[in-house]
Design a protein around this ligand. Structure first.
Ligand SMILES: [Zn+2]
Length: 404
């Protein structure tokens, strides 16, 4: 990477007339950026259903003059802005997917300055940032020493298990060429996520013979077993520090009020800021599931078949950290301060987890504005002051790959 002094380089950038024009673009084009965000967010993008949104983004990339535009084997949308040299190569990304199912209503409703829609902020504002950044680079003819690979990733949320970014860094054709990674995810202008929060996610299934609620009473009941399992997990004594959390996010099972279910399942998310705590929680969780099955089986009618437990690991996110003295973090800190905000280093679970775990400098930034009720159908985004987030993003990009 280019060795830079972040303080002087960010100040120098801000004094360049071309950069000044580019920074003002985000203010004068605020409405158009919001219109673009609405267009892209109204294209449904459920987990494993991002294709239409990826096609729209690739169309945008082409219109904005990006080259080598493609949708890769995994479904990521890629486009290059070539500088004087192919390296350093910085990935600038946002995620295409949402946590919502295909049949959710993705129509954006505007009310009192706010935009309401599932995924409008997470990661609608990140996608809007990608398009706005590519637009200003083209319009102001900003030239770079290194190059930028713009990427809309698939599978950041939930069961996607970072499949898009994982492909990008392990199998994709750019895999060994990326020098640093920047992701825009959610709103805000002070947050710099440089630490990757680890998580493990499971689908738990209990399967039994099923039967009639009266006639077969005593047959082991998978829904009762789920109840026992949740009760055990809910009693886990989490430490305050390091912060450790668990969540049963989905439960399913049974067909009728008077039938003993043949199966039941739940999905569980376990997280911790420390590897040792995550392992401890994971071990407790597995034992709790086995004990719940044993307990339900111990009460079964003599001669009835056993209830079976199946644990499927459906997600595993690696943890790690981009050091605070790495140029990427230093430039982000300095750019945040230059815009008048107090930077906040943060730990979260984002696309950056994957490059961080491979030792590639990576951070996730807010894309400006404010939001609430993320991951619910009441999610909203307020685009006021979005320009601050975009300005910071552009300064970080320029600081990393060099302005010519
Ligand atoms: Zn997100």
């Amino acid at each position: 990477m280019i060795r830079v002094d972040p303080r002087s380089s960010v100040a120098q950038l801000m004094s360049s007339p071309a950069v000044g024009r580019a920074l003002r673009f985000f203010e004068t084009n605020a409405d158009a950026i919001t219109e673009e965000q609405i267009r892209i967010c109204e294209i449904p993008a459920s987990p494993f259903g991002e294709q239409e949104r990826a096609e729209y983004l690739s169309q945008k990339f082409r219109e904005l003059g990006l080259t080598e535009v493609e949708i890769d084997e995994e479904g990521n949308c890629l486009g290059l802005i070539r500088g004087a040299s192919r390296s350093p190569l910085l990935v600038v990304s946002a995620h295409l997917d949402t946590v919502f199912s295909k049949d959710a209503d993705f129509t954006v409703v505007r009310r009192e300055g706010r935009l309401f829609a599932p995924g409008i902020a997470d990661d609608g504002c990140g996608l809007a940032a990608l398009i706005a950044l590519a637009h200003v680079i083209q319009k102001e003819r900003i030239e770079f020493e290194g190059s930028l690979l713009f990427v809309g990733t698939v599978g950041e949320e939930g069961e996607g298990n970072l499949r898009g970014v994982r492909h990008l860094f392990t199998k994709g054709r750019w895999a060994s060429h990326v020098d640093a990674f920047l992701s825009f995810d959610g709103p805000g202008v002070d947050r710099i996520t440089n630490r990757a929060l680890g998580s493990r996610r499971y689908r738990v299934e209990f399967n039994g013979p099923g039967g009639h609620s009266w006639g077969d009473f005593g047959v082991p009941n998978p829904v009762h077993a789920i109840g026992r399992a949740i009760s055990r997990l809910a009693g886990y004594p989490v430490p305050k520090d390091p912060r450790t959390t668990f969540n049963v996010g989905r439960v399913e099972g049974g067909t009728s009020v008077n039938a003993i279910p043949g199966s039941a399942m739940m999905e569980v998310d376990l997280r911790s800021t420390a590897q040792s705590e995550l392992q401890r929680l994971d071990a407790f969780f597995r034992r709790a599931m086995r004990d719940a099955a044993d307990e339900e089986n111990a009460r079964r009618r003599a001669g009835d078949p056993l209830l079976k437990l199946k644990l499927n690991l459906i997600g595993e996110r690696p943890m790690g950290e981009t050091p605070t003295d790495s140029p990427l973090v230093e430039i982000a800190l300095e750019a945040t301060r230059m815009l008048g905000f107090e930077p906040r280093l943060d730990q979260s679970s984002t696309d950056s987890n994957l490059p961080i775990s491979m030792g590639i400098p990576a951070i996730t930034l807010g894309a400006g504005g404010a939001s609430g009720f993320s991951h619910t159908l009441d999610e909203w985004y307020d685009p006021r002051d979005r320009d601050k987030g975009l300005k910071r993003g552009l300064l970080v990009i320029l600081g990393m790959v060099g302005h010519r």
